[in-house]
Every structure is written in structure tokens, then in C-alpha cells.
Design a protein around this ligand. Sequence first.
Ligand SMILES: [Zn+2]
Length: 437
Amino acid sequence: MESIAEGLRGTADPLGVHKGFAAVGCAHRFVRMSACRICGGNLTEYVDFGRQPLSDAFVKPDQTENEFFFRLAVAMCEACTMVQLVEEVPRDRMFHHDYPYQSSGSSVMRKHFELVAHRFLDSELTSDDPFIVEIGSNDGIMLKAVSDAGIKHLGVEPSGAVGEMARSKGVRVRTAFFEESTATEIAESEGHADVIYAANTICHIPYLDSIFRGVDALLKPGGVFVFEDPYFGDIVEKTSFDQIYDEHFYLFTARSVRAMAQRFGFDLVDVERLPVHGGEVRYSISRQGERTPTAAVAALLAEEDERRLAEPATVEAFGASVRKIRDDLVALLTKLKEEGRTVAAYGATAKSATVANYCGLGPELVSYVSDTTPAKQHRLTPGSHIPVYPPEVFRENYPEYALLFAWNHADEIMANEQGFRDAGGKWILYVPEVRVV
Ligand SMILES: [Zn+2]
């Protein structure tokens, strides 16, 4: 296999791309894996995105000197088929006090999490003393509805600033990383939970052994552990390679999640495909023998087999599609630049870091990124150093083209920005292929 980042930004993998690469490197900066983080099986590497920054590390214009970089590459375990990154970024570097992502930023997501809360309230939180714990509760978007219903709850959230926002909505939050010791302590001080829930969090956590032991310590008999994360099946289908970035350490399938659950004494008992964030699956897990797996589990496993999702040829073909998108996008933006067109980007998302850095995009091709998050504005995108401006800049002087980094919110954004279209503006999309609309 070739290194697909080669040639564009000189980001070729110095270790070569092959399985069983040495576990070397600076332990204080990152951990480089040579074995599966779940089962210890051999890893085979398939896609190399080269040198990448922390996806949420927006830098001040005068602070571009000391950016943290790591090698972003995707491997699959030959034994349990878990798809995972080959380098682990220390968690404190990503999920620090000022972690900028806020779940409540999108009205679609607010609705999504309200529905989640009401489903738990209706069908899982009906015991005499119901208790729900959320791992990575962010700004309290889901737990607020539980709190409003007067149900005992606790969010466990390492990032202080978003935790504070949750508290201001009446949500109870513990500022901590969820792990075995935290879970044991919560069980002792607050009792056991009927439901442990996590959205866009479990795939962030390399040390899932500690998470599963923690869930086992905290969950009531008959309780359920529910988590939803980007689905590798959707990533392959749409070639949505920008779902691959520092925070997304694992890219789950039903098959790999079931293998992982069984390894820790649990069973995968339900799955549900979700349209959010470009395609996710909600996995429900309970202790072995406590619940009967639904037909949806068997159906998704069969679909994955049919698609040969866990086979090397499929993952290699995904890598080839990723390279094509990169080449097409760079060719389009270069052509627009040569024609003297104005091009900005829309949505300084975490996942846009992968696109910008892998494709070598900088301010010479994309003059700025429009984003509503104040903490990102008047900073530069990580690694690629494209300035981030508030939406007023975009609206006061529309560019001719807007590269839609937040493509997973395309419908919502295009509706909100009808003025851009009315002014003759065109959107550039790159998932599942590069196109102008
Ligand atoms: Zn494995």
C-alpha cells in the first residue's frame, strides 16, 4: 500500500505503511500502536492522512509556532475487525477546560437529543428510583430534558466550560473523565444507574477496557448502556473521510462493537441507524443473557457481511476513493483560483481539519472560514491557518463559492443561507464526491 498523503505536503509516513510497525516515538506526545487497542490482535494500516493537528486547536494568528501534530492513519484489527487510529493523542490535549464544541449549536441536534431523553424517560427510567448517567454530557443538551422531568441524573464531562453551561440549565455535572474509578465512586455515592448513555463520546476513548469495567460497576442489573457514534459503514458508503480525525479514535461497526461487548461480558442487544453527523449507529448493550438481541442486530450484521465491510479489499477501495476526492477538490479550487474567483469555506468544524490538512488547503485557496462559534472566530484553522470569521463577514460580502465543511448540516445551513444562493453563490461539496451546487 502506498502512503496516500505523499507528494502534497511532504507528509509521507517516515515509518512506512505496513502492519506491525514499531511502537516507537515520544511517549509523552502520543502513543503509537502496533496492536489492537481492544484485543491485542495485529493491526493492518490502510489509509494515511499524514501529519495532522488537533482538530479543535484553533490558533491565534501570533501563535502558530508550537502546534501539536500527530500522524493520522487508519488501521483495522485482523482479529476483532475494530477500525482504529494508529496514534493516540493524549486525552487532556483534546478534552481540556475550553473544549470548543457545543452540542446545542444545531437545532437539529437539540431535537435529536430531546427525543433521546424522552425515549429513556418513557421506556427505561421507569423503576422506583430511576437514575441516568451520561458520559460526555457536553452542555447538557440531553440531560436538561431529564432534569426538567425531575429524574435523578448525572453528567460526567471533562471539559469545565461546557459543564458549566450544563449546570446553568439545572443539569448535575461532575467534571471528570469517565473511567473505572469514576464509575465505581459514582455507584458508591449515588447508587447504580438504569441507563448509561453517551453520544459522540465512546469512539473518542482509546481505553475502552476501563469504560466497560466502569459500566459494569455502575449499571443496575438489567440496565442498558447506550452509545451513538459515527458508523464506519456510512463513512465507507459516502467516503466521508473527514469523520476521521484525532477525536474519533474508533470507527465502529456492529460486528466490531459486538465483539468488543462480548469481550467484556456484555452483548449487543439493539442497533439503530441515525441520520445525524453524516450517519451514526446507536448501540444498546446489556450484560450477557439479560436481554434478547433484536432483529435489527442480526439485520445490520448481515448487511455488513453482504457489503464485506470488514474485509481488507473494502477498506483499501475506501482509501482509493479518498485519494480521488482529494485530487478532485484540489483541482477544482486551483482552477477557481486561476480564474480569480472568490472562495470561502463555511463551518470551521473539527472534521474540516482532516480535509484542509490532507488536501493542503490554506488561505491562498480558501480565503476564510465562516463560523458562528465565538471561541473560533478571529483565530486560524489548525494546521492549515485559514482565518475564521463570524457569519456577518460572509453575509456582508458573499464569496462566489463556499466550500461547505459542515456538509452534515447541509440542509439546515442552505436554508439559513438562502441569501447566498440568491446572490448567485454556489456551494462546493466533497462528500460523497466533489461537486458544485
Ligand atoms: Zn482487535
